[in-house]
Design a binder for this molecule. Sequence first.
Ligand code: JB2
Length: 211
Amino acid sequence: MNMPVIILGAGGHAKVLIDSLLTASAVIVGIVDPDPALIGVKILSVPVLGGDDVVNEFPNAEILLVNALGSIGLPIKRKQLFDKFRGIGYKFVKVVHPSAIVASDVVLGAGAQVMAGAVIQTGSRIGINSIINTRASVDHDCIIGDHVHISPGVTISGGVTVGACSHIGTGASVIQGISIGNGCLVAAGAVVTKDISDGEKVRGVPAREFA
Ligand code: JB2
């Protein structure tokens, strides 16, 4: 990564990303966040510079962005923030923690984030702006769509498809060959043994739909 980066958002996900980026000796210009009370606050030595308008002071050819808006449910706001800046020509850098294991043929989309201890096996693809969070495991030949959050400790077996903007909660498991649609929510700890349609929310063991 040759260009300096700006971090969007100053919360918990930002802290984890900044740690990963500093490990990789990235040059971080600062953080932007809409909360004015955070201006000047530092996260792991990186200061909050102001709101999102600060990004516009840097030409899009001279800076890379990192989307640090995480999610604890459907990643809609995270997608909106990504689309807003991508739409005006900014590029999002991929972040891969050095302790992650990513097979050599895995394709990571723009702005994908692979956190510490995650494993992504051969033949898998990860969409743009998606998070494979701490110690999550994505086995062989999985297709993870755009703007997906695979939360910490999730286990996804081989040949699984996860549609765009879905959220797989902490510690959930998905057996082999399952298809999860777009905009789905899998609650923490669920065990998914059947396909899930677009927009469905499931929880429990085995996972069943809830309102
Ligand atoms: O439009 C925005 C915006 N909206 C909220 N632009 C920018 N630049 N920042 C935005 N934010 C800021 O994101 C909020 O003001 C807040 O400072 C930050 C979100 O912080 P929070 O700690 O609430 O959540 P997070 O997204 O960093 O982390 C969640 O998701 C992670 C994946 C947490 O639940 C974590 O526990 C989780 N690991």
